[in-house]
Ligand binder design. Structure first.
Ligand code: SF4
Ligand SMILES: [Zn+2]
Length: 329
C-alpha cells in the first residue's frame, strides 16, 4: 500500500451550517478515504487520487470503519441535524465503499438528514428505499439526499470538456429512481470546465440551472478550481485555461430562478475563481452569506459594485472567442 499519513483519520471533518429547502441546519461534513472512484478519469478531478490502493477488502473495511468511528464521536459530541459524507468518489459503489460500510454510515446517521454523493451507475431503488427507511427510524424529517455530479445539462460539454461518462438522460432516469425510493436529489454543477469561453460557461450554467429544476431538490454550483495532477492543471500551466471570474459566478446566482448554493473553493486565488484581487473578498463574503440567506438582492447589489476589473470582465464576456482545434492533423 502507498504510504498514507494517518489512514485511520478522515481526510477532513468540520462543522458548519447548511440551508436545506428553506431551513438552516447545523451540519458536520466528513471526507473519508475510500477504495477510490471506479470511473477515475474526469479531466478536472484530483479527488480520484485520494484512495487506498493495493489493499485487500478486509483491510479497506477496517480502515474505513476506523475513520467512521471518528465521525461517530464528532456526531455524539456536536449533535448536528445534517451529516454530509463524501468519499472522493461514489458512496453507493460497493467496490469503493463496501456495503457493510455503507450500512454503518446509515446506522450512525439515524434520525438525521444524510447527504452522500454517487455516480448514477450505482443507484438501486430497493437498496435506497431500505436506506431511507433505516435512516428515518421514526423521524420523518430525516432525509436521505443522493448528490449527483451532473456538472452541466449539455452532453457535449460534459463529454468533451470533462469526460464524465454520463448523459443528461441518465441523470433524469436516476433522479426518478431516487425519488421513487423516497430519497431526494442534490445536483452539482461545474461552472467553467476547460475549453469554454467565459461567456459560453456562463450561458451553460444559466441554462443548466433552468433545465434541472424539475428533477432536483437542491442545486450546488461549483466554480471550477485548478486541482493538482489533473489535465486541467496542464492546460492552466500552458495558459489556455482561466477559472471563472467571480463576476460571472455572482451574476449566475443573482439571476437563477431558485436558490443555488455555491462553494467557491480556492476563491480569490489564481487557481480558483477570481477577479482582480481587490474586490474578490467582498464578493466571496456575499456568496457565503447568500448560501444561508438566499437573499438574491444581496447578489444583485454585489453586481452594482464598481471595480476596475468589471470592465475587463465585460470585455472578456463580449470578445473572447471559442476554443478552436484543427479539424485535421
Ligand atoms: S469527478 Fe467524480 S466521477 Fe469524475 S473522476 Fe472525480 S470522483 Fe470520479
Ligand atoms: Zn476587481
Amino acid at each position: 500500500m502507498k504510504q498514507i499519513k494517518r489512514p485511520e483519520e478522515p481526510l477532513a471533518m468540520w462543522n458548519g451550517s447548511d440551508r436545506i429547502e428553506g431551513v438552516i441546519h447545523p451540519s458536520v461534513t466528513a471526507i473519508i478515504r475510500s477504495g477510490g472512484c471506479s470511473w477515475n478519469r474526469c479531466k478536472i478531478c484530483q479527488y480520484r487520487h485520494e484512495r487506498f490502493s493495493g489493499i485487500e477488502k478486509p483491510e479497506l473495511i477496517r480502515l474505513m470503519s476506523a475513520q467512521l468511528h471518528k465521525l461517530k464521536d464528532k456526531i455524539s459530541k456536536d449533535n448536528p441535524e445534517v451529516i454530509k459524507l463524501y468519499t472522493s468518489g461514489s458512496f453507493l459503489d460497493p467496490q469503493e465503499v463496501p456495503t457493510c460500510i455503507q450500512d454503518e454510515v446509515i446506522e450512525l446517521s439515524k434520525g438525521k438528514t444524510l447527504i452522500v454523493e454517487s455516480r448514477c451507475d450505482y443507484i438501486d431503488e430497493e437498496r435506497i428505499s431500505k436506506m431511507v427507511e433505516r435512516l428515518r427510524d421514526g423521524n420523518e424529517t430525516a432525509d436521505f439526499y443522493v448528490a449527483i455530479g451532473l456538472e452541466t445539462t449539455s452532453d457535449r460539454i460534459r463529454e468533451k470538456c470533462i469526460d464524465k461518462g454520463l448523459l443528461f438522460s441518465d441523470f433524469i432516469k436516476t433522479s426518478e429512481i431516487i425519488h421513487k425510493s423516497g430519497a431526494k436529489v442534490k445536483t452539482y454543477l461545474l461552472h467553467k470546465p476547460p475549453y469554454l469561453t467565459e461567456s459560453e460557461a456562463y450561458q451553460d450554467m444559466t441554462q443548466s440551472i433552468k433545465d434541472i429544476i424539475p428533477f432536483t431538490e437542491l442545486i450546488s454550483m461549483n466554480p471550477c478550481t485548478v486541482q493538482r495532477n489533473t489535465h486541467l492543471e496542464t492546460l492552466w500551466k500552458k495558459q489556455v485555461y482561466r477559472p471563472p471570474y467571480l463576476w460571472s459566478v455572482a451574476s449566475t446566482l443573482s439571476n437563477s430562478q431558485v436558490h443555488v448554493t455555491c462553494d467557491p473553493i480556492g476563491g480569490g486565488q489564481t487557481r480558483g475563481p477570481h477577479n482582480c484581487g481587490r474586490c474578490d473578498g467582498l464578493i466571496l463574503d456575499a456568496i457565503r452569506d447568500y448560501n444561508l440567506s438566499a437573499d438574491q438582492d444581496l447578489m444583485k447589489s454585489v453586481l452594482e459594485m464598481n471595480c476596475g476589473c468589471k470592465n475587463e470582465w465585460e470585455y472578456v464576456m463580449k470578445e473572447e472567442i471559442s476554443w478552436a482545434m484543427p479539424l485535421t492533423h
